[in-house]
Design a protein around this ligand. Sequence first.
Ligand SMILES: Nc1ncnc2c1ncn2[C@@H]1O[C@H](COP(=O)(O)OP(=O)(O)O)[C@@H](O)[C@H]1O
Ligand SMILES: [Mg+2]
Length: 519
Amino acid sequence: MTSSAHEGAQGPHHASGAAPVALEAIGIVKRFPGVLANDDVNFDIQTGEVHTLLGENGAGKSTLASMLCGLYQPDAGRILRNGVPIELPSPRAGLQHGIAMVHQHFRLVDRFTVAENVVLGSRDLSFKLNRRELNDAVAAVADTYGLPVDPTATVGDLSVGQRQRVEIVKALYQGAEILLLDEPTAVLVPAEVEKLFENVHAMTQTGKSVVFISHKLGEVARISDRVTVLRNGCVTGHVASKGQADAKELARLMVGRDIDLAAQRASHPIGHEVLQIRDVNLTMNGVNVLSNISFNVHEGEMVGIAGVAGNGQRELADVIAGLLSPTSGTISIGGAMSTDRGPIAARELGLAYVPEDRLGVGLVPSMSILDNLLLTRDRNIVVDRASVMPEATRLIDEFEIKANGPEHMARKLSGGNAQKVLLARELSGGRTATKLLVVCSPTRGLDVGAIETVRRLLDDARSAGQAILLISEDLDEIMSLADRVLVIYRGAIVHETPGETASLEKVGAAMAGLTQGSA
Ligand SMILES: Nc1ncnc2c1ncn2[C@@H]1O[C@H](COP(=O)(O)OP(=O)(O)O)[C@@H](O)[C@H]1O
Ligand SMILES: [Mg+2]
């Protein structure tokens, strides 16, 4: 365990030349029924820094942040502000000490305007301002940190990324000096993440401190001045990072074992064509969703489709899976035509499919994990239940699915765990007939440990000769796994490159529609 600098300290510590400690938590303990959510946690934040709280789901990050902002009360421990012990009986008290948290689930009123939401709950002068002054005041705060928001917009009309900005503007408007951002990137697309990082930088430049909460190693390594890692409620390490923490070391502290997320490519020569897409067009409600799509995926090959969400990749997957019929063009799986034959025929031809919409299309919410695992097998469910029970238990264990056993209802699973059940079913080899695996964002929302498992299973499937189509917004994932990368933009394939030599810049530019000419 890496030790923190302030162990045994009774008050503020002033290492000569170091920035002042703005907020310090010492020996924080928090219990929930049956869970020790924070176990003797030490954490401090200096003025003008980004200090990340890193940990897997359930590690205790939100709990700690909730105590630092006054939402929860610790069972034991002390909190000091600028070296002075403080009490934080409520979020209002937190605000009075300049501490505000942007929660994972936003707390905005949909039918109010941005400006109204921002001043909601402020008991200062805002109520004396007329609407114009109010809008100007909110816009002024937003501009200072480069946060583009329209004060007059109705919050209900805003995207998730825009709502998050409103929450941040609100915290700043209320005078926050220390901002706790709870998994802010979880709801953002890559371009929005970049923008958020710029905003965070602008905030720290003016002396604000940011507690950044995340479980995504890549971004943590980039944005953090320091990282504190939590596992099962305990601090497993403090790492000084300055924007270049060692992701492998962070992963080890976070998961408790070595994690290998290195690039993996096909180690066997590729074989015959399994998936053949020829000139596929799809028009929905008069809009061209897919335009002249043609490509193949071979045995033992993984092809990645990169693209910003909403550029047709979801529909492309549904067309291959037989859930949508193309307006024109053909699709064949394993040499047999599957166009217009529906999802069951596609499965019979050897397709396994992990859709974007896990609970809508992938799992039956009202069924148990066990029955969901059996759903796509070509055997009789009633006969096989008992015999598959040990395998279901093993899969729950292997995929680290948090559930009370195989009879746990799918609808009671958290999003990440529902995803794991679906992946377990489609990747577990229960279907030996799988020739083609179509997976959409397979690791989104998963813990690092589970991400490693999923990547290994995909690699195993590839080595076993399955053809894999990986559709993901996670460019890092595509770049490190796919043998070939295709970029989809406005329904067309606009760029193609071998994964090995793919350039992040070129692929990123193609995703943004900045390619000259066409593929
Ligand atoms: N309000 C609560 N009531 C009961 N248990 C909770 C509550 N909040 C969190 N927990 C539990 O405390 C542990 C830590 O949760 P949390 O702080 O939300 O983790 P993280 O934010 O790192 O994902 C988990 O086991 C979680 O189930
Ligand atoms: Mg959390």
